[in-house]
Design a protein around this ligand. Structure first.
Ligand code: C5P
Length: 395
């Protein structure tokens, strides 16, 4: 998403992770945003004013009284479209939660009417402390958005929840908050990837779906401003930026996650859901007994997620899109599937070649109005076109 012309006031407070504010500033400027940094005394211990000024291309404000003399903290507070606090220390969160205003950053945070996004960063024990948790709860209840903290190793020899969200994740959260695309304000659920159906605790039935097409669709919808929940089976590819990801294993888990994500304006069912699962998965690993015949696996039907959501009488997304992977009579089968499953559109693809796991896809869009044949395109481009068509259907 482009942030062209967006004004972002970036408050950098005291944390070892403050150096990441430089990378965030670079990403924001690359996306077209104007960035004015405000540095707290704690932040200045970890990142220099000169580095922030150089990367932001703006002067850095760090002194309440100097700002007062020159432009006034109120003017600084009124300037931005969004205030981003990254990193947000435990101390700054506590000040904001309690309305303290004893330096430039906290005074601006109290005076601004712009939305605020905070990216906390602190020691895991400080993050888990009931005082911090109560402050965070108060701030979220008041409409402050949070991104992170994330799990992982910390500067100290310990790990846990407390790491500053990675700059691309903060950027994605900013994009979401400033979303202005044609799908802004819409929620779309996308399923992606294969499902794993357990045979026993260590074995499963799966398929070759990579999740590339579904993940690309989730990214393309987010790029048009939608709030996207991606319900993904086990895949080896990265989460798309700016998307909430629910990770699941089996078809039944996937259905539950889709239902939990409702209500939605649209739902795109791209996952290659296993049609069958082993009827009973024993709690212990199935043993091979010498001389005994191999065990037989009885299969049971999995729920059809697409048909179940498309057939809802209450809370059905306005637009339900299914996929059809076919090896022959592609359009004919897709038309029949559209009616049988009760969905609005079917994206039909011929998987007789190298589509599954490959980078390209040749699809036909089957709607109530007819069939569109799209040329063979990279999966990202198929995703962009489909997201565009979804946006048009909501225009
Ligand atoms: O019936 P078939 O598997 O060919 O249908 C494919 C479409 O149905 C895809 O959109 C797929 O995501 C969806 N599907 C589902 N749940 C199933 C099987 C398929 O949502 N159990």
């Amino acid at each position: 998403m482009s942030l062209a012309g967006k004004k972002i006031l970036l408050v950098v407070s005291g944390s070892v992770a403050a150096y990441k504010a430089l990378e965030l500033t670079r990403l924001l400027r690359k996306a077209g945003a104007e960035v004015t940094p405000v540095l707290t005394a704690g932040g200045a211990r970890f990142v220099t004013k000169e580095a922030l000024a150089g990367i932001s291309g703006s002067r850095v404000h760090d002194d309440l009284w100097a700002a007062e003399a020159e432009i006034g903290h109120i003017r600084l507070a009124r300037w931005p479209d969004l205030v981003v606090v990254a990193p947000a220390s435990a101390n700054l969160l506590a000040k904001l939660a309690n309305g303290l205003a004893d330096d430039l950053a906290s005074t601006i945070l109290l005076a601004t009417r712009a939305p605020v996004l905070a990216a906390p960063a602190m020691n895991p024990a400080m993050w888990a402390h009931p005082a911090t948790q109560a402050n965070v709860e108060a701030l979220t209840a008041r409409g402050v958005s949070l991104v992170g903290p994330e799990d992982g190793p910390m500067a100290e020899p310990e790990s846990g929840t407390g790491r500053l969200a990675e700059p691309p994740h903060i950027l994605a959260a900013i994009e979401r908050m400033l979303a202005t695309g044609p799908l802004a304000g819409r929620h779309v659920i996308v399923t992606s990837g294969p499902t794993h159906e357990p045979i026993d605790p260590v074995r499963y039935i799966a398929n070759r779906s990579s999740g590339r097409q579904g993940h690309a669709i989730a990214a393309a919808l987010a790029a048009l401003g939608a709030r996207v929940t991606l319900v993904s089976g086990p895949v080896a590819i990265a989460d798309p930026p700016g998307v909430a990801v629910a990770r699941v294993e089996s078809a039944r888990d996937m259905l539950a996650a889709v239902e939990a994500a409702l209500p939605a304006d649209a739902a795109v069912f791209c996952a290659a859901v296993a049609d069958f699962r082993p009827d009973a998965a024993p709690a212990q690993k199935i043993k091979k007994t010498p001389g005994a015949p191999p065990p037989e696996i009885r299969l049971a039907h999995n729920p059809d997620i697409l048909a179940s959501i498309a057939g809802r009488t209450q809370g059905r997304p306005r637009l339900v899109v299914g996929f059809a992977a076919e090896t022959e009579k592609v359009v004919e089968h897709a038309r029949e599937k559209r009616t049988r499953k009760g969905c609005d559109w079917i994206v039909a693809n011929d998987v007789s070649g190298d589509v599954m796991g490959g980078a390209e896809n040749a699809v036909h869009l089957v709607t109530a109005g007819g069939v569109e044949d799209w040329p063979r395109l990279p999966k990202d481009e198929v995703a962009r076109r489909l997201a565009q068509r979804i946006a048009e259907s909501f225009a």
